[in-house]
Design a protein around this ligand. Structure first.
Ligand SMILES: [Zn+2]
Ligand SMILES: [Zn+2]
Length: 161
């Protein structure tokens, strides 16, 4: 490439969202794009694949649920953030769940069924306090094993095609 050739490619980067350090423009832009529907705050901005709310400020991409989480909890989420209320594009802080809060719910649900999730899973590979859950039937299952099974299955599927 010779001198004078300018490539005008817009570079969009995803910014980290840090508790206590969300830029004011991002907070304003975030609040601007929420629409109150009942208890929910439905995202009116862009959504990746129609399901992941995103926010662009100065060509920087911010995952909107991450912003919502940090503004509400003032902590880092762990794993994927989902709308626990089931409303597809809800970004209401109290409605969002992460790996930790979802597992806390599973432990509570198990306790209601008289089951204490602790110790190794049936396969002996995972800690039930971290990966265990109880089916409505009362059967104890392990998400760690579920994920391993799913990975094996998708590998087999890839080989078959
Ligand atoms: Zn909601
Ligand atoms: Zn397991």
């Amino acid at each position: 490439m010779g001198p004078g050739i300018v490539t005008a490619r817009r570079i969009v980067r995803t910014a980290p969202v840090t508790p206590g350090a969300v830029p004011a423009e991002v907070v304003w832009a975030f609040r601007d794009r929420r629409h109150r529907v009942g208890d929910h705050r439905i995202w009116q901005g862009t959504a990746d694949k129609g399901t992941t709310p995103v926010l662009y400020v100065d060509d920087v991409r911010y995952p909107a649920r991450h912003v919502a989480w940090v503004l509400h909890h003032d902590t880092e989420p762990v794993g994927l953030i989902k709308a626990g209320c089931g409303a597809r594009l809800c970004v209401h802080g109290p409605h969002l769940t992460d790996d930790i809060s979802r597992q806390r719910e599973r432990l509570l649900y198990a306790a209601l069924h008289g089951v204490t999730l602790a110790g190794p899973c049936p396969a002996g590979t995972h800690d039930l306090a971290e990966h265990g859950y109880v089916r409505p039937s009362g059967a104890i299952e392990c998400r760690g094993c579920d994920n391993a099974r799913r990975r094996t299955k998708s590998l087999e599927g890839a080989r078959a095609t």
